[in-house]
Unconditional design. Structure first.
Length: 164
């Protein structure tokens, strides 16, 4: 009985330690950025066209409660084209959810977005951060139903992004 009580207590405590957001640090395979993901991420690479700039973009993403937390990373031929890619990425994401682009021009090395639209007939909310470091450029986004990701979780993800 003495062994059983502590074992049951430990099991009940561990059962309560199953957080929806299981934050973990992720370093890109190339080592160009670090970020905290709320679940185990997966990565894939594909060709994208950003207003005439064709690049291989690596997307790393995790999903929690219907919200996707993702980082897209790519490299342009030079820093000027990397900065020009930011508004193109932003516009493509807005177009994907049918949202209007009402942003000011991109600052020197970054751009943010928050928008509401729809995908496949379902309301969606987008939070995003876009940055450059030299010829490298990044999109850091949370996309999902309006209340799928609490604001503090969105902020933690977006603010944890650190280009290296």
């Amino acid at each position: 009985m003495r062994i059983l009580v502590p074992a049951l207590l430990a099991a009940s405590l561990l059962g309560g330690c199953n957080p929806t957001y299981n934050w973990r640090e992720h370093t890109s395979q190339e080592g160009h950025y670090k970020i905290l993901f709320p679940a185990k991420p997966a990565s894939f690479t594909r060709a994208v066209d950003l207003d005439g700039l064709r690049v291989q973009m690596t997307m790393t993403a995790a999903e929690v409660d219907g919200a996707t937390f993702a980082v897209g990373a790519a490299m342009a031929p030079d820093a000027v084209r990397a900065r020009a890619a930011l508004p193109a990425m932003r516009q493509a994401l807005l177009r994907n959810i049918g949202a209007d682009d009402d942003a000011a021009p991109a600052p020197q090395d970054g751009l943010r977005v928050e928008a509401t639209g729809a995908a496949n007939g379902k309301p969606m909310h987008l939070h995003g951060r876009f940055e450059t470091r030299g010829e490298r450029f990044y999109q850091v986004i949370v996309l999902g139903p309006a209340n799928a990701a609490p604001p503090e979780q969105v902020d933690q993800f977006l603010s944890s992004f650190a280009p290296q």
